[in-house]
Design a protein around this ligand. Structure first.
Ligand code: GCW
Length: 834
């Protein structure tokens, strides 16, 4: 068969597809690679060569262009925008227009709001493929669904599918500050704002809206919930118009987080009392002005009386008063108000055993059920504390029969490794969504938040996403699976984590079964692994609560007002939240659920320490004691993280070089940091409990040589705070010299070894390191990563690994450090193994 003659444009597309080519990750799961397998491609031969839109709205045009772009690229033939009246073609439009054009066609069901119907003839028949939306947005979602089908190599012929999303509100929140920084953002700076304004170049903001649309997200609140009142000033309106303009073709409505004290701060009033008529007038005037500028504006998000934000308590008013005054201003325009349930006292007295932050959401809101306006949605974090690695679902979900509610999930990995660790959160979210609250019969959280259990007009999902300028949006190529997974679950919370991981892997990387098995496998195992090496049995993440929420800091959660107490002491650990003897938090659940948590016999192991305080010798259902579980889990978790590296390495020839390398570097780092976590947690509990590890590992580190015990030239020992974040509590730092060295003599047998150097990569300089065996340099690197601390500690502890090093007994192993500015090339230890 002769070469088909393809236009140049197609050849360019084709040559950039395939695993060998460079990939930046910017296209995320929308890469549309050419389907090189002819057998797979053949099943799409019947797909017509034209795409016609019945209508010319920006959303329909975006849908048409996306179909042309995606199908041309995947099928290797150029499709064109076409004429709707032609005998065959792909025809897209809202369902009424489709009915007029094809009176003989009938959808099996009528799609609901944002839903669609895809009808594709059996292969061979030369008829049209139809994408009919309930509305324009539905057409766009149907478009992406069809493209996903093809990208997943699934059959298209004979498809006759109707889909309607689970809930009308599927939002993301971006905690972006107007200066371009992002609170809890780990993927670079803002793509929306710079220097107090909306960014001049909004190309990536538009690209992001396209990604959101492809998984059905229909609104984006672009600024931090710790909101700058400037967003509501009239000077800001032209900026918002531009931003809404790049979102609009993708059906993503612009939303804003607003500061509750705005009437006072920017409105010229001396009050922000929600019951003051002038305050109501302020909100009305601002909402009217906003809708004049942005007619499809989606609504507001409000964080009030929380973490220092002003709220209705300043005037003795309720959260319902606060929400309603703003909601009433939005209502005439069809806007909605998300009022956050994340309200708690962060100056709580830790000495009072009855105090409990977990109670806060329910205590603050359940009495207000039924008192919120119809366009108010209570936005409730999935757990009662704050995005910890393991929490039970918030009891507030079951306590609101007459209030709209939405579940808030955190895509940005604030407490789960900050996109330096892979931690695929879909399985965690799924557990929350599937959890049966047993109120009015069966009531999984997903039915409560979508308004199915207690019929409510609104409801849905909010994901705190915090994408940034990094090439792959989130800073870690694999973390992008969380963004994809959030959207897919919001669309259909019945999807399984395995299916989502499989889809995402195929779309993002490749269909090769080795790739799919490995990547999806790592994703699905990553949350349990992260939990094992960071946090025991529901006690929370043992991270530095008072700092960046990243590395270990076991005691930081105790004895302060933040209320994330694990109450760990020499005798035992856990928060007693029982009704019988504790904070009575458990009573906030419906009776069946409360009974299950209340009893030690039925409380699941993984939440034991969330619900109960027990001695370290308490036996779990697994038969292990709590302390032995803590030791074992941390060793297992670190081993799993190490295995991720080896599994990924096998994909070297199957994944494009850039993404392969970037992910490998991240996984290597994660494995090292998992070891740091393991050692910190294990050492702390060993010292505190005084109970040895039954398997003899805790406190014994074969092959490890502490830097402070090496021959030091210039390096000086230094205590590290908190002590558990450095091996032996000490590091060495190069204080007064331009270069320092630490040397040891190898005393093992001749052979091939791996050498790991544990150093501290602080934020206050870029030290250089070299490691030598005798005169032979075996590694050289710069400590230039971006970690959240200027000190040697658990946030900055980093491991450099050199594999396959030939060593002879008596060899000198030498690490040289050249400090830079405040970063003094600190070292913790070296470790040698084979
Ligand atoms: O998890 C905490 C974060 C804060 C955040 C807050 C919230 C935006 O540490 O950075 O503030 O939650 O959700 O409001």
């Amino acid at each position: 068969m002769p070469w088909p003659v393809w236009p140049i444009a197609i050849l360019v597309v084709l040559s950039s597809a395939g695993s060998a080519a460079a990939e930046s990750g910017a296209d995320a799961w929308l890469r549309y690679p050419y389907i090189s397998d002819a057998a797979v491609r053949r099943q799409y031969e019947f797909v017509p060569g034209t795409v016609a839109a019945l209508g010319d709205s920006p959303v329909l045009q975006a849908a048409r262009d996306e179909l042309v772009r995606g199908l041309s690229s995947m099928l290797g033939r150029q499709l064109k925008a076409g004429d709707a009246a032609a005998a065959s073609g792909i025809v897209i439009g809202v369902i009424e227009r489709i009915r007029e054009r094809f009176p003989q066609l009938q959808p099996p069901r009528t799609p609901g709001v944002d839903g669609f119907w895809i009808m594709s003839p059996a292969a061979g028949a030369s008829r049209s493929i139809v994408i009919a939306g309930h509305d324009d947005r539905g057409v766009l979602y149907g478009t992406f669904a069809l493209l996903r089908r093809v990208a997943l190599h699934q059959p298209l012929a004979g498809v006759n599918d109707v889909e309607t999303p689970s809930a009308p509100l599927r939002w993301v929140n971006e905690w972006n500050n107007l200066d371009g920084s992002i609170e809890r953002g780990y993927g670079g700076r803002s793509i929306f704002f710079e220097s107090g304004h909306v960014a001049a170049d909004l190309a990536r903001a538009g690209g992001y809206a396209r990604l959101l649309a492809s998984v059905g997200i229909n609104a984006c609140a672009v600024n931090n919930v710790n909101a700058d009142p400037a967003v509501l000033t009239s000077a800001f309106a032209p900026d918002l118009v531009r931003l809404a303009g790049v979102f609009r073709p993708w059906g993503v409505r612009l939303a804003l987080a607003v500061d509750f004290s705005s009437p006072q701060r920017i409105g010229g009033l001396d009050t922000f009392d929600p019951l003051d008529a002038r305050v109501a007038a302020f909100w009305t005037e601002r909402a009217d002005a906003l809708y004049r500028a942005v007619p499809d504006f989606a609504g507001f998000v409000v964080k009030a009386d929380s973490e220092g934000r002003l709220g209705p308590s300043a005037y003795g008013r309720t959260h319902a008063d606060a929400a309603n005054v703003i909601a009433r201003a939005l209502a005439p325009h069809g806007g909605v108000l998300f009022y956050r349930g994340f309200v708690y006292d962060h100056h709580m007295d830790w000495r009072n055993p009855a105090n409990d932050r977990a109670r806060a959401a329910y205590d603050n809101f359940h009495d207000l059920d039924g008192r919120f306006a119809d366009n108010v949605i209570l936005q409730i974090k999935h757990g009662p504390i704050d995005f910890q690695v393991r929490e039970p679902p918030s009891p507030l979900f079951a306590a609101l029969a007459r209030t709209n509610q939405a579940i808030e999930l955190q895509i940005t990995q604030e407490y789960t490794g900050q996109q330096r660790h892979i931690c695929f959160l879909v399985p965690m979210w799924k557990e929350a969504l599937d959890f049966d609250m047993r109120v009015r019969g069966r009531a999984p959280v997903k039915a409560l938040v979508t308004g199915r259990t207690f019929a409510r007009p609104l409801g849905g999902f909010v994901g705190v996403s915090n994408v940034g300028e990094s090439r792959n949006w989130l800073g870690h190529d694999l973390a992008v699976a969380n963004l994809y997974g959030f959207g897919r679950l919001a669309w259909d919370p019945d999807l399984s984590p395995a299916r989502i991981a499989d889809e995402w892997t195929r779309l993002t990387f490749d269909h090769d079964h080795r790739v799919v098995d490995t990547v999806a496998g790592i994703l699905l195992e990553s949350w349990p692994a992260y939990e094992r090496y960071t946090g025991p049995l529901g006690a929370g993440t043992l991270t530095d609560i008072l700092g960046p929420h990243y590395g270990p800091g076991i005691e930081s959660s105790e004895r302060n007002g933040w209320g994330q107490w694990a109450r760990a002491d020499s005798a035992g650990i856990g928060m007693d939240r029982t009704v019988a003897s504790g904070t009575k938090f458990i009573a906030q659940y419906p009776p069946d659920v409360a009974a299950m948590y209340e009893s030690l016999g039925t409380c699941p192991d993984e939440l034991l320490l969330f619900m109960h305080h027990v001695p370290y010798t308490h036996r779990l259902k697994s038969g292990k004691t709590v302390i032995q579980h803590i030791y074992d889990a941390h060793y297992e978790g670190a081993e799993e993280a190490a295995a991720f590296v080896e599994r990924w390495r096998k994909l070297a020839d199957l994944i494009d070089a850039d993404r392969y390398r970037a992910v490998l570097d991240k996984l290597e780092y994660q494995s090292g940091h998992a070891t740091v976590w393991r050692d910190a947690v294990v050492s702390w509990f060993l010292r505190e409990s005084g109970i040895p590890d039954g398997r003899g590992r805790a406190g014994h580190y074969p092959g490890r040589i502490e830097a402070e015990s090496m021959d030091l030239e210039g390096y000086m020992p230094q205590t590290v705070t908190p002590w558990e974040t450095a091996s032996g509590g000490h590091a060495v730092r190069c204080a007064g010299a331009p270069q320092c060295a630490a040397t040891t003599r190898f005393d093992g047998g001749d052979g091939t070894y791996t050498i790991a150097v544990l150093f501290f990569d602080e934020s206050d300089g870029r030290s250089q390191f070299r490691v030598l065996v005798g005169d032979r340099e075996i590694g050289r690197w710069q400590a230039d990563a971006d970690f959240p601390s200027p000190e040697p500690n658990g946030h900055t502890a980093t491991r450099y690994v050199v594999r396959t090093v030939t060593l002879h007994r008596g060899d000198a192993i030498r690490v040289e450090g050249t400090p830079d500015q405040g970063e003094r090339a600190a070292l913790d230890y070296i470790e040698i193994w084979n």
